[in-house]
Design a protein around this ligand. Sequence first.
Ligand SMILES: Nc1ncnc2c1ncn2[C@@H]1O[C@H](COP(=O)(O)OP(=O)(O)OP(=O)(O)O)[C@@H](O)[C@H]1O
Length: 301
Amino acid sequence: MAEQSALAVRDLGKRYRKVWALRDCTLSIPVGRTVALVGPNGAGKSTFMNMVVGLSKPTTGDIEIFGSRMRQDGPSLARVGFLAQDKPLYESFKVSEMLTFGRKLNPSWDQALAEDRLAKLNIPLDRKVKALSGGQRTQVALTLAVAKRPDLLVLDEPLADLDPLAREELLQNLGEVSADSGITVIFSSHIVEDLADTCDWLVVLNRGRVQLSGAIDDVLASHRLLTGPDDHAGQVIADTDVIADRRRNGEAKLIVRTGASAVPEGWRVDPVALEPLVLGYLRRPESGRPAEQTTMSGGRA
Ligand SMILES: Nc1ncnc2c1ncn2[C@@H]1O[C@H](COP(=O)(O)OP(=O)(O)OP(=O)(O)O)[C@@H](O)[C@H]1O
């Protein structure tokens, strides 16, 4: 039986005047996944997230949240928590007043969770938002999103303002929140190496299109690193779908899709790590076609 989707989008697109910020985006994310949405600046990550949380209207396509077609005022949106990239908070409010604001807006608000979280982070409730550091603001904004007790939590660049320790703690905390409560978390980041331990699903966006969407284990299992002599690489490239091609001191290192063809004699085969794989895709925006997304994501939306 197919896994239930927390989020399914079909042919989703957004055009700003003549420019498509996102196009032909079709993917499905099963319930309970922790998703890394990666892509370079301007890839369309915020555009995608803003539509998923109902802040921006799609130009094309549609969005389903937990099986319900999304409407701007629909109940499905009540199940979604969002941390926007610019972490909007009221400057003149105290932290406690921001929590009151969250409580009034959200019927499922968990005040104890919010207060505990802020106490652990040493963020005083009586401090004004304008007196918080950038990282503390991120934590307050994230607390507002989490205390809503959403089933789908969407976080746009939550790591950007955090120091390395806070970043690690936040990733660990998100992993625990997702494992304990079974909620689905989607977060965007440029930092691929942080994501492999926390996330189990990968979406790569590039130039407004989806290059990959799938379980990280499946994505890794469907690629290999081939190492062999530089002067024999041409033949491998001709026979295989090559995602990345690095040459050094007479040696070629190629990231290829598995199963495309037999491994040439004398070449070493190793598993591939997530970061070079993602970078390989980002360097080749034409790689990754809908048929391959289908295979990796276990079915189109
Ligand atoms: N309101 C807007 N009006 C016009 N163009 C926009 C608007 N918002 C985004 N864009 C364009 O859409 C494209 C995608 O932008 P988006 O902010 O979604 O990318 P991103 O992947 O989130 O980038 P970053 O990592 O830099 O935050 C960019 O080319 C951007 O310039």
